[in-house]
Design a protein around this ligand. Structure first.
Ligand SMILES: [Cu+2]
Length: 453
């Protein structure tokens, strides 16, 4: 395939110009890189670079990395903005907008110093643009429709070109009708690897975006006008139990890069290990500025790279610490009934509705209860673990640390088998007589026996 003169001239002018309508016709399309598509919602293995400078590729949780072609020393990518169907978790599919068959779009991986050319074809019913969030680039490549370029009209292809100047963690998303397009799932991850592959080297490097949708139970299209009250809290447009585990070999150095494109902050909490924040939107954090944490709050529009040594074997929860963010669509608006004896009223209702069930009087646990749900709707908390129901949904997964894994093996090893005697269990030794402390009293208080004075 050969370049078109039109696009080459456009690059020399150094701004995001449309490859003219002719170029996306059958004849002109010869100049465009092919469009890789991904349909599977499962985590794809890391894409080892076939050409260019070497690096340790990342693993996109429930996602994939976009292949490129090398054209006269330039890495060429082709993104297609289009309507997609995304399985949020088994049992529920959403009609979203995304890139190359999925929401989020594929991760783009390049190396510091790479010359990068990205063709963006718009198959949406309205204009779009792509903003390369966090990058240093020529102003005309920044992707803000109206400010730095005209919007990409439906059916047209624009080209962006710049040098990836700074290593780090980035995102991409539209800067055109943002409220609608981001509520519909248009976003993706970008990683620029350091030129020196041994700089900040880790064994496993995971990436995902925090996103959120408001989809009525039974519906499939997000409500795009919702400002705060979302009901699906997702990582890469997947909700637990649809989120894959992060599989790690014991003693691996692990990095998890997280970007937040929701409307609120998310305190992401890791069990069993301490981590440090080694990178932000602005670059690597200076080592002297790091301190140990077990939760990192990720504000809207921010990115954080956390790192730890996976020393402890097991299945360690990794989740947002806002309790409503580890739940799915149903149940957020239900009144609190804890401690309310509903038995009298239940009898009366049962005469009218034979299957009526008292709910919530002993807490919210759904353990063992099967609820009828509307079509295409996820239960509020849904996962099953080796010891019963995991009463979670939404922004929840596990870091599965195992010994004896191969270096590049990311397959789910199943549930952790804890050594005998190391699991919390029912006490069967009988009640020990516990000495009770005497009731607290103030000196001189009448009726309380002896006075120390
Ligand atoms: Cu959250």
């Amino acid at each position: 395939m050969s370049d078109t003169n039109i696009s080459r001239r456009a690059f020399l002018q150094g701004s995001a110009l449309a490859v003219t309508a002719g170029a996306v016709s059958r004849a002109g399309a010869a100049g465009l890189p092919e469009v890789p598509l991904q349909q599977s919602p499962l985590t794809q293995p890391p894409l080892s670079p076939a050409n260019g400078r070497p690096y340790q590729p990342v693993v996109t949780l429930n996602g994939w990395t976009l292949p490129w072609r090398m054209k006269n020393g330039v890495k060429e990518f082709h993104l297609v903005a289009e309507p997609v169907v995304r399985e949020i978790a088994p049992g529920m599919k959403a009609n979203l907008w995304g890139y190359n068959g999925q929401s989020p779009g594929p991760t783009i991986e390049v190396v510091e110093g790479d010359r990068v050319r990205i063709f963006v074809t718009n198959k949406l019913p309205e204009a779009t643009s792509v903003h390369w969030h966090g990058q240093r680039l020529p102003n005309g490549m920044d992707g803000v429709a109206g400010l730095t370029q005209p919007g990409i009209p439906p059916g047209k292809t624009f080209v962006y070109e710049f040098t990836a100047r700074r290593a780090g963690t980035f995102m991409y998303h539209p800067h055109a009708d943002e409220m609608v397009q981001m509520a519909m799932g248009m976003m993706g991850f970008w990683v620029t690897h350091p030129k020196d592959p041994n700089f900040m080297r880790v064994d496993r490097d995971f990436v995902f975006l925090l996103n959120a949708y408001d989809i009525e139970p039974g519906a499939a299209v997000p409500k795009v006008n919702t400002m705060l009250d979302f009901n699906l809290w997702t990582w890469n447009s997947r909700a637990f139990p649809g989120i894959d585990p992060l599989v790690v070999r014991q003693n691996d150095r692990v990095r998890i890069r997280i970007g937040n494109l929701t409307m609120t902050n998310h305190p992401i909490h890791l069990h069993g290990h301490e981590f440090t924040v080694t990178g932000t939107d602005g670059g690597w954090t200076p080592p002297a500025s790091r301190w140990p944490e077990v939760s990192a709050d990720i504000a809207v529009g921010q990115m954080r790279a956390i790192e730890f040594d996976a020393t402890e074997e097991g299945d360690w929860a990794l989740h947002c610490h806002k309790a409503h963010h580890t739940m799915n669509a149903m149940g957020h608006g239900v009144p609190t009934m804890i401690g309310v004896d509903q038995s009298a009223v239940a009898g009366k209702i049962a005469r009218l509705i034979p299957d009526y069930m008292v709910m919530g009087d002993k807490g919210g646990s759904m353990d063992g209860m099967e609820m009828p749900l509307p079509e295409n709707t996820l239960p509020m908390m849904a996962g099953n673990g080796p010891y019963g129901a995991i009463e979670m949904g939404g922004m929840f997964s596990t870091v599965k640390v195992r010994r004896n894994l191969a270096r590049n093996d990311y397959r789910d090893p199943g549930w952790y088998r804890a050594p005998a005697g190391s699991v919390a269990h029912e006490w069967k030794g009988g009640d020990a007589p516990a000495p009770q402390a005497a009731p607290a009293m103030r000196p001189g208080q009448p009726g309380h026996g002896h006075d120390p004075h």
